[in-house]
Structure formats: structure tokens, C-alpha cells
Design a protein around this ligand. Structure first.
Ligand code: NDP
Length: 383
């Protein structure tokens, strides 16, 4: 029985993780759930699952949650500091980081320092501070299990291959809703179009990142740190059907791939249940339903975010942190109709050029880089 804390239980990953827990009552016990603003869903989840503790990050909503749960044993806390404290609870074995964005960094650091196993959905954590996080995980003897479907695929391909060096990994990308479009066509796409992902139903931020290929860029950086790869060992191939979730090529030339229908419950369950493969009744893949699995080169000239992410990874230091912060601000602005689709890349590129580069950043450097990049990106949006 693993006792789980879910940071971001009201989101796309969080709600699916709760389905996994519900389907496997002998394997998982829910200890902690958290949300940012969605007090109603947090309350509903608390009443259904009866966790030890809930946290609402928005302190203004504390009374709402507390009042609704006053007749239960559930402990209620509020604020960003509470998010960091609950992951340290003695009754938590594993923390599923399913918050979105940079906000996931600090609670993840605290969870690692408290020796908790990590099921990592919050890829931004590794993009911002991959070296710091992986060094800490080594120091505290903590395993980081990937939840992202591509990284879960690679992790599954590596099972039993501990001593066999990787030649390269190939991350697959669906290409998103705008695959094949020209820059001229992209100039006028709307957020409504960008939010319609062809294969996956996800939170708004990652859906926009998928449309702009930034999501794949973030995953490239995430993979580098998760699997200890050199930059040139990571490739991206567009695979519009999202059936092959990613591949590993070994030094003998053999390639292993992991396949399945696009359903995040499987990688969530694999990360939480590792090393066991828990039985599931999720819909099964059938080759006859997908007679054509196809592959293309990603178009990094049109979808510049992917090229910018490769550049940030190549130069390293605090540059991926700058990229991430500028992207978070740009995506929010796009979702508020303040900037166009292509302007997001302009903002990120400009911030990468202007924010001071630090080759070996400390935690404090990441905090100041994030702040400076957000400020610069916001100024560009106001212009
Ligand atoms: P959602 O936007 O659906 O959910 C985000 C969750 O985080 C919500 O519970 C939200 O609370 C909470 N949250 C947001 N901001 C804060 C904050 N500042 N402080 C505390 N809590 C916060 O996101 P997803 O579930 O789609 O994605 C979560 C993470 O998982 C992302 O890093 C994403 O890249 C990654 N991921 C997602 C996949 C997917 O299929 N969705 C696939 C692979 C990775 P509230 O509801 O109250 O706003």
C-alpha cells in the first residue's frame, strides 16, 4: 500500500490519478490533495476520498474549504507554504507533482529533501532546475518516476537494460492541431483552435504548449535530466497518431518502443505502482484500428519554440529557466488574447537574449532568473 499526496488533484492529471487510486484500493491510499482556486472540486474530492489533509493554495478560499469540511476529519490548510509542508508529512510515501508550471519547483524540492518518492508530471520542475533536482534526488536516495507518457515509454523500454548504454532516444510528438501549417497561417490562429488537441485532453497550458511544440521542447530537456543523456542523444519525430509513445535505441542498433492508446491513466498508474504492473481495464490498442502509423520530421522553422528549447538545453545554465518563465507568461497572454500565436516565440527568444546568463545557477539564481524573465516577458506584452 503506497500512501500518495497529489499536488494539483483538481487538474487533468490529478483527476485521472484519483481514478487510478479509486480503481486500485489495495495498492494506493490517498493522504493529501491540493488545488489552487478550484475549491468546489477540491471539496467534492475530499468528501469522496476522505484524505488526511487538503490544501487550497489561494488563501482567500480557506474558509470556503474549511466550512465545507467541518463535519469531517480532513485537515485543511491554505497557501503556498502549506503546499511545501504537507509533502513532508510522515504518512506520505509518494508525491505526485501534478501542478502546472514553475510553482511545482519548491514543493518538489521539499518532497525530495523529505525522502519522498516522486511521480513527476510537472515537467517544468526539471526544465527549470534539472541539475539541482537530479543532484538532490541522488543525495537523498529518492527515485523520480516519470508520468509524462513519452518519458514513461522510455522508462518502460529501459526496464532490464540497466547496464546497456543508450545510443539515443526518440521522443514522439503528435504535432498538435496545427501540424503542417505555414507561419502565415499560424499568425491568425485562435486560442479556441489551439485548445483543440487532436489526441489528448489536457490542461490549458500544456495544450497550448503542444500546439506550439514547446511541450516537446520542454520534454526534450526533461528527458535529458531524467535519463542522464547528452544533448545529441535526444531526437524528436512527429507521429500524429500518438500510439508509439517514444523509443530507445541501444548501442547494438536495436530499438525498443512502448505503444498504447493515448490515455494518461496508464503512465500515471505505472509511475505510482512501479515496479508492479497493476491490472487495468483501460481500452486496449488494436493494430487493425490503426493500419497506418506515420512519421515526419518536426518543422522547427515554423514551430520555433522547439528550436528555442534545443538551444536552451545546448547552452544550459539558467537558460532553460528563462525559456520556461517567458513561455509561461506568453502562454497566459495568448490565453487572454493579448498576443498572437507566433508572438509567443518572439517573447521567449527576446527574453533568452536579454536575461543575464548564469552558467552554474544556485536555487536563488533560478528564483531571480524566473522573476527577471517574467518581468521582461510582461513588458514585451504591454508594448
Ligand atoms: P491542469 O491545468 O489541468 O491542472 C493544474 C493543477 O495544478 C490544478 O489542480 C491546479 O489547481 C493546480 N495549480 C495550478 N497552479 C497552481 C499554483 N500556482 N499553486 C498550486 N496549485 C496550482 O494541468 P495538467 O493536469 O494538464 O498538467 C499538470 C502538469 O502535468 C503540467 O506540468 C503538465 O505539463 C504535466 N503533464 C500533463 C499531462 C496531461 O495529460 N494533462 C501530460 C503530461 C504532463 P486549480 O484547478 O485550482 O486551478
Amino acid at each position: 500500500m503506497k500512501r500518495i499526496a497529489i499536488l494539483g488533484s483538481t487538474g487533468s492529471i490529478g483527476t485521472q490519478a484519483l481514478e487510478v487510486i479509486k480503481a486500485n484500493p489495495d495498492s494506493f491510499e490517498l493522504e493529501v490533495i491540493t488545488a489552487n482556486n478550484n475549491a468546489d472540486l477540491l471539496i467534492t474530492q475530499a468528501l469522496e476520498f476522505n484524505p488526511n489533509t487538503v490544501v487550497i493554495a489561494n488563501e482567500n478560499l480557506y474558509d470556503t474549504v474549511k466550512d465545507a469540511l467541518q463535519h469531517t476529519d480532513v485537515k485543511v490548510y491554505a497557501g503556498a507554504n502549506a503546499l511545501c509542508s504537507v509533502v513532508e508529512m510522515g504518512t506520505v510515501d509518494m508525491v505526485l507533482t501534478a501542478m502546472v508550471g514553475y510553482a511545482g519547483l519548491q514543493p518538489t524540492i521539499r518532497a525530495i529533501k523529505a525522502g519522498k518518492q516522486i511521480a513527476l508530471a510537472n515537467k517544468e520542475t526539471l526544465v527549470v532546475a534539472g541539475k539541482l533536482i537530479t543532484d538532490l534526488a541522488r543525495e537523498y536516495g529518492v527515485n523520480i518516476y516519470p508520468v509524462d507518457s513519452e518519458h514513461s515509454a522510455i522508462f518502460q523500454c529501459l526496464a532490464g537494460e540497466f547496464h546497456n548504454p543508450i545510443e539515443k532516444i526518440i521522443l514522439t510528438a503528435s504535432g498538435g492541431p496545427f501540424r503542417g501549417r505555414t507561419a502565415a497561417e499560424l499568425a491568425h490562429v485562435t486560442k479556441g483552435q489551439a485548445l483543440k488537441h487532436p489526441n489528448w485532453d489536457m490542461g490549458a497550458k500544456i495544450t497550448i504548449d503542444s500546439a506550439s511544440l514547446m511541450n516537446k521542447g520542454l520534454e526534450v530537456i526533461e528527458a535529458k535530466w531524467l535519463f542522464g543523456l547528452r544533448n545529441e542523444q535526444i531526437e524528436v519525430v512527429v507521429h500524429p497518431q500518438s500510439i508509439i509513445h517514444s523509443l530507445v535505441q541501444f548501442e547494438d542498433g536495436s530499438i525498443k518502443a512502448q505503444l498504447g492508446l493515448p490515455d494518461m491513466k496508464l503512465p500515471i498508474q505505472y509511475a505510482m505502482g512501479y515496479p508492479e504492473r497493476l491490472k487495468s481495464d483501460y481500452p486496449r490498442f488494436n493494430f487493425m484500428d490503426y493500419p497506418q502509423l506515420t512519421f515526419e520530421q518536426p518543422d522547427m522553422k515554423t514551430f520555433r519554440n522547439l528550436a528555442l528549447a534545443f538551444e536552451a538545453m545546448g547552452k544550459g545554465g539558467n537558460l532553460p529557466c528563462t525559456l520556461n518563465a517567458a513561455n509561461e507568461v506568453a502562454v497566459s497572454a495568448f490565453l487572454e488574447d493579448k498576443v498572437g500565436f507566433l508572438e509567443m516565440s518572439d517573447i521567449i527568444e527576446s527574453c533568452m537574449a536579454k536575461v543575464a546568463y548564469i552558467a552554474n545557477p544556485s536555487y536563488e539564481d533560478y528564483v531571480s532568473t524566473d522573476k527577471e524573465a517574467r518581468q521582461r516577458a510582461s513588458e514585451l506584452i504591454l508594448k
